[in-house]
Design a protein around this ligand. Structure first.
Ligand code: 5GP
Ligand code: ZN
Length: 140
């Protein structure tokens, strides 16, 4: 208990307590954090220390996976110098998925939606990996 109190004190002193509570709240409410924790089942196709990728529950193409960081980040707007390395790792994972699904030569699309106009519905960043058919452009 003393340790917990000291931990909380640290946040109070730093003035970061409300940020901390928001973070905890977000994670508890976040579907993709629960998939990372394996509390919600998903068809996982790739896993590393930093990322997982799993099949989209409502596929929009013959191959439709979501590549997500294990650490919660709500939207692209939350990307900064402190966490942007994860974006490179997500693209590396996309290239690896493309090779493993054997679609690297024929091609595929990766896309990340942001907020309402971008069509984001789950507020934990995810790179859609779509392949297996000719994709139209521009998107709707
Ligand atoms: P967004 O609309 O935020 O860009 O993409 C969210 C994606 O998550 C959608 O394509 C949606 O089908 C997918 N999705 C939503 N809930 C679940 C779920 O419980 N499991 C899986 N595997 N995908 C989900
Ligand atoms: Zn999350």
């Amino acid at each position: 208990m003393l340790m917990v109190a000291r931990y909380h004190m640290h946040f109070l002193e730093e003035g970061k307590w409300s940020d901390h509570m928001n973070d905890v709240g977000e994670k508890n409410d976040c579907l993709f954090c629960r998939i990372v924790e394996k509390k919600v089942p998903a068809d996982i196709v790739y896993e590393s220390d930093d990322l997982i990728a799993f099949k989209d529950i409502e596929p929009r193409a013959p191959i439709h996976c979501l590549i997500i960081p294990k650490k919660h980040i709500s939207t692209i707007n939350d990307i900064d110098r402190s966490n942007s390395n994860i974006i490179g790792l997500m693209y590396e994972a996309a290239a690896q998925l493309a090779r493993s699904f054997n679609v690297d030569k024929e091609g595929y699309r990766v896309v990340m939606n942001c907020n309402s106009n971008g069509g984001q519905t789950v507020y934990h960043i995810h790179l859609h990996f779509l392949a297996g058919r000719q994709l139209s452009w521009p998107p709707g």
